[in-house]
Design a protein around this ligand. Structure first.
Ligand code: XMP
Length: 511
């Protein structure tokens, strides 16, 4: 089934991915491409949205794509920089703004009865974030709306399905932003809203079958959301030809290996659990430097996975849980309009399993969509709601060198903290939580005895993508109970602290 597609041309705005997500929330498929790489199959896209940008259209470095294949030929919505770009290069004038144009503003309609504003009330709140302003509109422009500080807040071009807005409809503070996108995409561009998690599953299963045929596929499961959803999708498509490998690196949470393995087997997946704890701990012995630890863990994983993949006769494909943010070509906001791609693809010199052909069933969707697809596939909501957990596991939460005893201590502490969050109904309010074992001993007193034992730090953060984060204001009563439980139950720990640093400048993990 062919879905109508929307092209989002990225000029480097921090909000570009949000535009794509808002469009997709309307059950319309959207793709992000760099402003200077308009896809050659442009006729396959039913509408185009121009994103905002940290650049100025007046600057020498102004991003200046050729829109002749798009402008006037298909519905076009220009947001922020996009609106200024249209104005500047079509006979209008853009200048630095005199008043502050950052934050909330209210629309005042100039034209009544515009389908662009259907079911949106005069006075609707919008979010502004720009330092240039459109002084004069371009040729043939019809002013649609103003705000208190911005005269040319929304306009369209007479005789063309071209609309431009100075504010950001993709940001939640624009209260009717989603409705406005719907008006543009559904009413003006006549796009069908048929891209749903169900249709994604159906089409992806068909696509995997067509691509992989009767070949065998190997996939590394981590217990996390992406690899699990990828595995269940592949399992639906190719059944027993999917071979999953779940490696215990000895740095997982308490009982995680057994419980996740049980859960996977209950889901009908063909999973081989490989307990390689000793191999990882041996490889880590005596290493204190965080990056060297990461490397040792990464190398050990590759060795173990490669050994296991070789045991599967005639395997042809490697499946990965790569998601859309990993493959979007990004427009650099600082180093000029350069483009970089994070590549998950195999190159020479890599282990044998990485030379397999690659299948990535989730590479078109965002994390929140992976969860929705997982729900459609009937995956346990508890598994889909799990906090992110780093690949190197507790290895980067034990500061300094790693020993089996330190892992045991941290597993106990972490389990008390995480189970406590669940019991107190706090787990789902936190984006990620965990405990760090610090490389310091401090003095304490237990009964009549002096102790000289380990200190642990608890960390719980709110975030949307891990790029920025803030510490969570957990109730004092909860922290008090958790601290007591840890000190009373975990031998070797006599002090608990709570990390109240935001990211930036701190990071989420301590290493
Ligand atoms: P930081 O500590 O950089 O963490 O603020 C941001 C997010 O990334 C996770 N993280 C990792 N994940 N391998 C991973 O798979 C790593 O080496 C790694 N380091 C950090 C971290 O848990 C958080 O979600």
């Amino acid at each position: 089934m062919q879905h109508d597609k929307v092209l989002i041309l990225d000029f480097g705005s921090q909000y570009t991915q949000l535009i794509a997500r808002r469009v997709r929330e309307l059950n319309i498929y959207s793709e992000i491409h760099p402003f200077n790489k308009i896809p050659s199959n442009i006729e396959d896209y039913k509408a185009v949205i121009l994103s905002g940008s940290p650049f100025s259209v007046r600057g020498e470095e102004a991003l200046h794509p050729d829109l002749s294949q798009i402008r006037g030929k298909k519905p076009l919505l220009a947001v922020c920089y996009g609106a200024q770009y249209l104005a500047h290069f079509s006979g209008g004038e853009v200048a630095p703004s005199n008043t502050r144009e950052y934050g909330r503003a209210n629309l005042s309609f100039i034209q009544k009865g515009e389908s662009f504003f259907s079911y949106i009330n005069d006075g609707s709140q919008v979010w502004m974030s720009h330092s240039d302003t459109i002084k004069h509109l371009p040729k043939n422009a019809v002013l649609l709306a103003s705000t208190h500080d911005v005269k040319n807040a929304a306009y369209r071009i007479e005789g063309e399905p071209t609309y431009a807005i100075q504010f950001h409809p993709e940001v939640y503070h624009s209260t009717d932003g989603k409705k406005l996108l719907e008006n543009f995409l559904v009413t003006i561009a006549d796009i069908k809203q048929d891209w749903t998690p169900d249709s994604f599953v159906e089409e992806t299963v068909e696509a995997i079958q067509a691509k992989v045929g009767h070949d065998k596929v190997v996939l590394g499961l981590s217990g996390g959301v992406d690899s699990t959803v990828a595995a269940v999708l592949l399992n639906k498509a190719i059944g027993e030809n999917l071979y999953c490998i779940f490696v215990n690196n000895g740095l997982l949470r308490k009982n995680e290996f057994e419980s996740v393995l049980n859960q996977y087997e209950g889901m009908g997946l063909n999973v081989k659990g490989v307990d390689a704890s000793k191999r990882f701990l041996d490889a880590l012995a005596g290493i204190e430097d965080p990056e060297k630890k990461r490397k040792a863990i990464g190398n050990a994983f590759i060795e173990v996975f490669d050994d296991e993949a070789h045991k599967i006769e005639d395997v042809k494909w490697l499946a990965q849980g790569t998601i859309y943010p990993d493959v979007i070509e990004s427009v650099s906001a600082t180093g000029g309009p350069s483009a970089t791609i994070k590549s998950h693809h195999n190159v020479g010199g890599l282990p044998d399993f990485m030379k397999l052909k690659i299948v990535e069933p989730l590479r078109a969707i965002f994390k929140d969509e992976v969860r929705r697809v997982g729900a459609t596939l009937g995956i346990d909501p508890e598994l889909l709601g799990r906090h992110p957990f780093p690949g190197p596991g507790l290895g980067i939460r034990i500061l300094g060198d790693i020993t089996a005893e330190k892992v045991r201590i941290l597993q106990e502490v972490d389990a008390i903290f995480i189970n406590g969050l669940k019991e107190w109904g706090l787990y789902d309010k936190v984006w990620q939580a965990g405990a760090m074992l610090l490389p310091v001993n401090s003095v304490g007193v237990m009964g009549d005895e002096r102790t000289y034992e380990k200190c642990v730090a608890l960390r719980a953060v709110e975030s949307t993508d891990g790029m920025t984060a803030d510490w969570v204001n957990l109730p004092y009563e909860f922290l008090q109970k958790t601290s007591n439980d840890i000190i009373n139950k975990v031998k070797g720990v006599n002090r608990v602290v709570y990390d109240i640093s935001s990211k930036p400048p701190a990071t989420i993990e301590w290493e």
